[in-house]
Design a binder for this molecule. Structure first.
Ligand SMILES: Cc1cc2nc3c(=O)[nH]c(=O)nc-3n(C[C@H](O)[C@H](O)[C@H](O)COP(=O)(O)OP(=O)(O)OC[C@H]3O[C@@H](n4cnc5c(N)ncnc54)[C@H](O)[C@@H]3O)c2cc1C
Length: 397
């Protein structure tokens, strides 16, 4: 099959409009708030501005008020939005809401879509995705899932502890993964539940202090303590949660890469501007070979990341799971984006680590990406196992 990695012209035009919107409206606000917004007023203001500019919710189906872009289309628009730390929040494509919208569109009932997807897509509410648990529970190894949901009359009772749940503070609902059969360590047996914010059985334990700060709603430890939900709260089928998690995770990995690639490009632009202006040792900084090497290596990392994202997006658009392509792209991008921001900061010298430039903030924001959505080591392990399996299959035939 011929591979066409280019986004369609509608997506390309939307990416241009998004870049203008980010430059004119979002970047001044990012500077004012130093990249970290914690106020609903500012979130609403940003999202209203994105609606006015016609760039809001590019990923959501038209019937829910979006532009209905496929993954290739998203790749250009999300990168343009990601040029600012606040761009994804403005367009309503920030994690974890964007991944949750994708999941709800794919598997929710019509009733669930009206109740959860429609207000989420419009920005009226936010959401979170509660999977990870403190040790010995689910982390890199999802089979370790320890949170349980037991059958009660007309519904389920959830008990367990989750942490690092991004956006949970103020979220209208959580999608909680809980074990409905088997024991921790068993494959399968998980179910996804929609839990409303006001459910007295779901409680915030604490805000976890982390290196990064820009993802809206923080990273939260949540306690599910005899949290009773009705049967209608089951998202998809009982015991199929891990399969649905794959529907969410493949695209969500890529959209994280797209957004952070925007920050890598911004870091490179800042460094290149500095290298052109700054003079030392009788030359422009940009005329010195080692600086040129860092600028070139940044271009290579950005171009390679973009190409891997497009390739994996194309595979997802063909309806495949793209497990290998998304694992390769995620691992490469998470490490390449870190390298780009780190080199950009180096080129800028002491200015780079100061608060006068946003590069130090970017470095803190991109570092955790090598851990969430699967640590690099987990992905390398999975990539190698697929290669070995393929070898064993073809060697045997
Ligand atoms: C900023 C941030 C936001 C997050 N947001 C969310 C969220 O919204 N919802 C949610 O459910 N979770 C979230 N997480 C959790 C994230 O998904 C987990 O951190 C991740 O899955 C890794 O799990 P863990 O932290 O328990 O690490 P562990 O499972 O304890 O792994 C520790 C280390 O083991 C190594 N390792 C892993 N696999 C292998 C392997 N196969 N071979 C060799 N070494 C390996 C890696 O170096 C890894 O970093 C977030 C995490 C962070 C940091």
């Amino acid at each position: 099959m011929p591979i066409d990695l280019s986004p369609d012209p509608v997506a390309a035009r939307l990416a241009e409009r998004t870049a203008e919107f980010v430059r004119d409206i979002v970047l001044p606000l990012e500077e004012e708030h130093r990249g970290v917004v914690r106020s609903e007023d500012v979130r609403t203001h940003l999202q209203d501005a994105a609606k006015q500019a016609g760039v809001f919710a590019p990923h959501v189906a038209r019937e829910y008020g979006g532009h209905g872009l496929d993954m290739r289309g998203r790749s250009v628009v999300f990168e343009a939005a990601g040029y600012s730390l606040l761009g994804p929040l403005a367009l309503n494509i920030a994690a974890p809401d964007e991944g949750n919208m994708h999941l709800l569109e794919a598997i929710a009932t019509e009733q669930q879509k009206e109740r959860y997807l429609r207000p989420l897509a419009s920005g009226a509410i936010r959401s979170c995705f509660a999977m990870t648990e403190p040790a010995p529970g689910a982390g890199s190894d999802p089979d370790a899932l320890a949170t349980r949901a037991d059958r009660v009359d007309g519904g389920w009772r959830i008990n367990g502890r989750k942490w690092f749940i991004t956006g949970a503070d103020g979220a209208g609902f959580a999608i909680c993964m809980a074990r409905t059969s088997g024991e921790p360590g068993d494959r399968g047996g998980a179910t996804m539940f929609l839990v409303d914010q006001d459910n007295p059985g779901m409680r915030t334990v604490r805000h976890i202090e982390t290196l990064d700060e820009s993802l809206y709603g923080g990273h939260i430890e949540l306690l599910f303590d005899d949290c009773v939900v009705p049967d209608e709260a089951v998202l998809g089928e009982v015991d199929e949660g891990f399969r649905y998690a794959q529907i969410r995770l493949g695209p969500a990995r890529m959209t994280h890469c797209m957004r952070w690639l925007g920050i890598a490009q911004r870091a490179q632009d800042i460094a290149v501007a500095r290298a052109s202006d700054r003079r030392l040792f009788g030359a422009r900084l940009g005329d010195l070979g080692m600086t040129q090497q860092m600028i070139a290596d940044n271009e290579i990392d950005i171009a390679a990341s973009r190409a891997l994202i497009r390739q994996a997006s194309w595979e997802l658009d063909q309806g495949g799971r793209a497990g290998q392509a998304t694992a390769i792209a995620k691992t490469f991008c998470a490490e390449a984006i870190w390298r780009v921001v780190d080199r950009a900061l180096q080129i800028c010298g002491s200015l780079g680590v100061s608060g006068d430039l946003p590069l130090g903030r970017f470095l803190r924001e991109v570092r955790p990406f090598r851990i969430y959505d699967g640590p690099s080591e987990t992905h390398r392990w999975a990539i190698a196992r697929r290669v070995l399996r393929h070898h064993e299959k073809t060697a045997g035939s």
